[in-house]
Design a protein around this ligand. Sequence first.
Ligand SMILES: Nc1ncnc2c1ncn2[C@@H]1O[C@H](COP(=O)(O)OP(=O)(O)O)[C@@H](O)[C@H]1O
Ligand SMILES: [Mg+2]
Length: 255
Amino acid sequence: MSVVADHLSWGVKRKAIVKDVSLRVTDGETLGLIGPNGSGKSSLLRLLAGLKRPDQGRVTIHGKDIAAIQRRALAQSVAFVQQNAATETSVSVRDVVRLGRTPHRSALSGWRAADQAAVDGALARVGMTHLQDQSWLTLSGGERQRVHIARALAQSPTVLFLDEPTNHLDIHHQIEILQTVRQLNVTSIVALHDLNLAAMFCDRIVVLKDGALVASGTPETVLTEDLIANVFRVAAAVSPSPHHGRPQIHFHTGV
Ligand SMILES: Nc1ncnc2c1ncn2[C@@H]1O[C@H](COP(=O)(O)OP(=O)(O)O)[C@@H](O)[C@H]1O
Ligand SMILES: [Mg+2]
């Protein structure tokens, strides 16, 4: 079991934001986290990745309580792609991706062949090799997103958390990034707001509503018309795709 969360709760002042969430993610699985805006997806991801401490409950990664793992050791196995990650200084694309190697380097060791291979591989994975010398500041939103994903891949994680990684991407790159994530030999937990993309690329889906887990299971079992109406407040028809067999959602609520 890669990631196990037991009865996680977290809030601010008197407001409960994540409410008693338990889940398990097996090795190599791609778990999708869906839910309306403000349902707690980002907060839950941050708790699972150890970026926030829960008020109650605990998270283990590869069997170890993350509260007991040192930050550097955690960063050697866990990478996180934030929702609107910003890098403001004028550095090259390659330099941003090189930062992913930080947890694996010591003050004494220089830049090693393994570090270079990880950076080259990560750039190639997201199709950014040809732009590696370009300044970060000159990139489009979608290119920046792909560079942030490359930085996380360069970290060589065994567990990868991504918070709405397809937000700024065109449809080609949305599909390409999620295919890449799926094919990686890592456990991935991905917050997504596009239900069709979640259906296509996730092994399992967890649904949040008002901070609580309201459903979990395969895309086929979770993405029902009733659930979409209850949680997302839209009328939809769901049928298996003739191309990939996964559920396909057609929204009816409209003009
Ligand atoms: N640090 C915080 N302080 C106060 N409220 C917060 C904080 N973080 C998140 N929230 C609130 O918690 C709710 C869930 O937020 P979030 O986890 O970002 O949801 P999602 O990612 O599903 O849109 C929102 O109502 C948000 O305003
Ligand atoms: Mg969010």
